[in-house]
Design a protein around this ligand. Structure first.
Ligand code: PLP
Length: 354
C-alpha cells in the first residue's frame, strides 16, 4: 500500500497468471499453452522480416489481419476487432458494453479475469450458480442485466455448452451484449460465430494464444455486429493506437492461413487429452468431460493441493486454485504425448497412487 495510490487502485485484486519458470527442465502444464511450436509459416515470416521496417509504427488498423480473419470466418472486415491478446479485447469489451446500471451476469466459476475487470471498471457482477458437475444453465439467467459473459468451453471447468443451449439465451436476451469467450473452442466445441449475423448483441472473442501456439505474440480478436466493433474501436482509439506490433500482425496472418498445420496439431492435442483422461482415471482421478486443451480433475482420496506440490517436486507444474468449491481440483494442460506420459509416470511414484 502506498499513499500515492489512487482510490481506484487501492482495493484492486489483480489477476495472478500461472508461473513462468526461469529455469529449464520443467514440464509446464499450468498455463494452457500449446505444446507445439507455431506453424512453420510463422518461422518464415520472422526469418524474412526486414528489421529496418521497425522504425515505423505498425498499421493502427491492423487491416491485413482483420481481412484475413474476415475471410476465414466469412464475415465483413467491419465485423472484426483485434487486440493485444484476448485479455485486452476483453478489457475493452467490459469498458465499452458492461459499465451499465444493471449487473453483469457470469457463471460463479469462470475465467477469473472477468471479476478483475469488473473491479477495475466499477462494474457490478452477479455470479450465477453452476449445476451438477459445474454445468452452466443459461435458461436461469434473467433478462434484467447489464450484459452476460461466459467462456465456452468454460475455464477452468473445461466443459462446453452446445449452440442449442446458447441460442435460446440470445433469442430472449436482446437488450444487452452477450459475450462468448471462445479461447478454447478449437479443441472440440461448437463456435457461436455462425450466429453473429442473426444476433446484433452477440460478441464472440477468440485468441491466437491456445490453438495457434502464439501466446508469446499476444493476439486476440472479437467478432460481432459492426456497431459492437465500432464501440470497441472507440475504446481502443482512446487507449492505444498501436496495440499490435508488426510481427504480431504478420505472424498471426501466417498462422491463421496454415489450416493443415492447425488441424493436425489440434487433433493431436484432442487425442492426447482423451488418452490422458483414461490414464488418470486408472490412477483414481475423475476428470470433467473436456472440450479444451486442459483437464479439470480431482482424485478420489488425495487432496489436490498435495498432488500439486508432489508434482512440483517432480518438476511438473499444474494449476491449482485455492478457491472454495474448486479447491480439490487440478487444472492440467494437455502437453505432448511424451509430456503426458511424464505426468502419468510421476503420479505413479506417489505412494497413494502406485
Ligand atoms: C487464455 C484465455 C484468455 C486470454 O488469452 P490471451 O489471448 O492470451 O490474452 C481469455 N479467456 C480465456 C477463457 C482464457 O483461458
Amino acid at each position: 500500500m502506498s499513499k500515492f495510490w489512487s482510490d481506484a487502485i487501492r482495493n484492486l485484486e489483480p489477476y495472478v497468471p500461472g508461473e513462468q519458470p526461469k529455469q529449464g527442465g520443467i514440464t509446464k502444464l499450468n498455463t494452457n499453452e500449446n505444446p507445439f511450436p507455431p506453424s512453420p509459416a510463422v518461422n518464415q515470416v520472422l526469418h524474412d522480416f526486414q528489421v529496418d521496417r521497425l522504425r515505423l509504427y505498425p498499421d493502427p488498423d491492423c487491416s491485413r489481419l482483420k481481412q484475413s480473419l474476415a475471410d476465414h470466418f466469412a464475415l465483413n472486415v467491419d465485423q472484426v476487432f483485434v487486440g493485444n491478446g484476448s485479455d485486452e479485447v476483453l478489457a475493452h469489451t467490459f469498458m465499452a458494453f458492461f459499465r451499465q446500471p444493471l449487473p453483469l451476469l457470469m457463471p460463479q466459476f469462470t475465467y477469473s479475469f472477468y471479476q478483475v475487470y469488473c473491479d477495475l471498471y466499477g462494474i457490478d457482477a452477479r455470479l450465477m450458480p453452476l449445476g451438477d458437475g459445474f454445468s452452466i444453465d443459461l435458461d436461469t439467467y434473467p433478462t434484467e442485466n447489464g450484459g452476460v459473459i461466459f467462456a465456452n468451453p468454460n475455464a477452468p471447468t473445461s466443459r462446453a455448452l452446445t449452440l442449442a443451449e446458447i441460442e435460446p439465451l440470445l433469442k430472449r436476451n436482446t437488450e444487452s451484449v452477450v459475450v462468448v469467450d471462445e479461447a478454447y473452442v478449437d479443441f472440440g466445441a461448437e463456435s457461436a460465430v455462425s450466429l453473429i449475423n442473426q444476433y446484433p448483441n452477440l460478441l464472440v472473442i477468440q485468441t491466437f494464444s491456445k490453438s495457434r501456439s502464439l501466446a508469446g505474440m499476444r493476439v486476440g480478436y472479437a467478432l460481432g455486429h459492426p456497431e459492437l466493433i465500432a464501440g470497441l474501436e472507440r475504446v481502443k482509439n482512446s487507449f492505444n493506437s498501436y496495440p499490435l506490433d508488426m510481427l504480431a500482425i504478420e505472424t498471426a496472418v501466417a498462422a491463421l492461413e496454415d489450416t493443415a498445420y492447425f488441424e493436425t496439431t489440434t487433433q493431436q492435442i484432442i487425442d492426447t487429452r482423451e488418452w490422458t483422461i483414461e490414464q488418470l482415471n486408472q490412477l483414481g482421478f475423475e476428470s470433467l468431460p473436456s472440450k479444451t486443451n486442459f483437464l479439470f480433475t480431482q482424485h478420489r482420496s488425495e487432496p489436490a493441493a498435495d498432488l500439486m506440490q508432489f508434482l512440483r517436486s517432480q518438476n511438473i507444474l499444474v494449476r491449482y486454485f485455492s478457491k472454495p468449491g474448486i479447491d480439490n481440483y487440478l487444472r492440467i494442460t494437455i502437453g505432448t504425448q511424451v509430456e503426458m506420459q511424464l505426468l502419468v509416470e510421476a503420479l505413479k511414484k506417489h505412494p497413494a497412487l502406485a
